[in-house]
Write a protein that binds this ligand. Structure first.
Ligand code: HEC
Ligand code: HEC
Ligand code: HEC
Length: 166
């Protein structure tokens, strides 16, 4: 057992560290492993999401970055594909439905990056779950690795409050 004074000072110290760390600390999540990498300071001039991560979709729209469409300068630019797919969430969870937007994805990616290896191109045909996403499958093949972190929950859970009961 620690003497009372030391314990209080220790918790005060911990509180100061947390206050100093502030928003740069990854949000704590008791359910899933907290293994998302911290964001580099060099990226701070780019637009951010409300959760404080770089918004690469806005960065592309607003123009601070201009990635090439292809390594082949003669290749024609591929046109983005405008189709949203909604993943309904059981209403026992205090979460909105997931909206998967093809448009911003196909500004960065080709159809073949996802179809058919990661997702069969048919709504509802893939056994997607949050647990499997956190294990690095489906959306987790890119999100948390080369696309925005999985802790930015509200960016995917952005639709209606679900009414689905399973
Ligand atoms: C980042 C990954 C990704 C990329 C890139 C992508 N898709 Fe998809 N696509 C999905 C997901 C996720 C679904 C929904 C699957 C589900 O509901 O299980 C889907 C579903 C579809 C569907 C089924 C729609 C329906 O109502 O059944 C079609 C068609 C489709 N995609 C075509 C395309 C085409 C064409 C391209 C390229 C222009 C493309 N996709 C690029 C992820 C992607
Ligand atoms: C093949 C890689 C890949 C897969 C798989 C993938 N994404 Fe993405 N996603 C990206 C990239 C790249 C971006 C753009 C860069 C960023 O925002 O980090 C993006 C951006 C997004 C955005 C931001 C859109 C905006 O307008 O701001 C949402 C929402 C999103 N993804 C949801 C999903 C969901 C839901 C799934 C699974 C059903 C998924 N993604 C699967 C690569 C992927
Ligand atoms: C990259 C996109 C993405 C992000 C970020 C994301 N989710 Fe999800 N989540 C999904 C998709 C897609 C489903 C739908 C699975 C299905 O069809 O049941 C889902 C489903 C869920 C479910 C329903 C249960 C299940 O396994 O299907 C819960 C709970 C959940 N997410 C919690 C979270 C929490 C908490 C966070 C943030 C820590 C988060 N999600 C971040 C894409 C995402």
């Amino acid at each position: 057992m620690l003497p009372e004074g030391i314990k209080i000072r220790f918790f005060f110290f911990l509180f100061l560290m947390m206050a100093a760390g502030g928003c740069s600390m990854a949000p704590f999540n008791p359910v899933f492993p907290n293994d998302q990498p911290a964001q580099s300071l060099a990226l701070e001039y780019l637009p951010n999401t409300p959760a404080g991560y770089v918004d690469w979709v806005k960065a592309l729209q607003q123009g601070p970055i201009h990635p090439k469409d292809s390594l082949d300068p003669a290749a024609p630019a591929s046109k983005p594909f405008d189709l949203n797919i909604v993943f309904k969430i059981d209403r026992r969870y205090p979460l909105r439905d997931v909206v998967f937007p093809h448009y911003p994805h196909t500004q960065w990616l080709d159809c073949i990056n996802c179809h058919p290896a990661i997702f069969l191109p048919k709504a509802g045909a893939n056994p997607v779950s949050m647990q499997r996403i956190f294990k690095g499958e489906f959306c987790g093949r890119c999100h948390g690795k080369v696309a925005f972190p999985l802790y930015d929950c509200g960016r995917c859970h952005s639709g209606q409050k679900s009414t689905l009961i399973r």
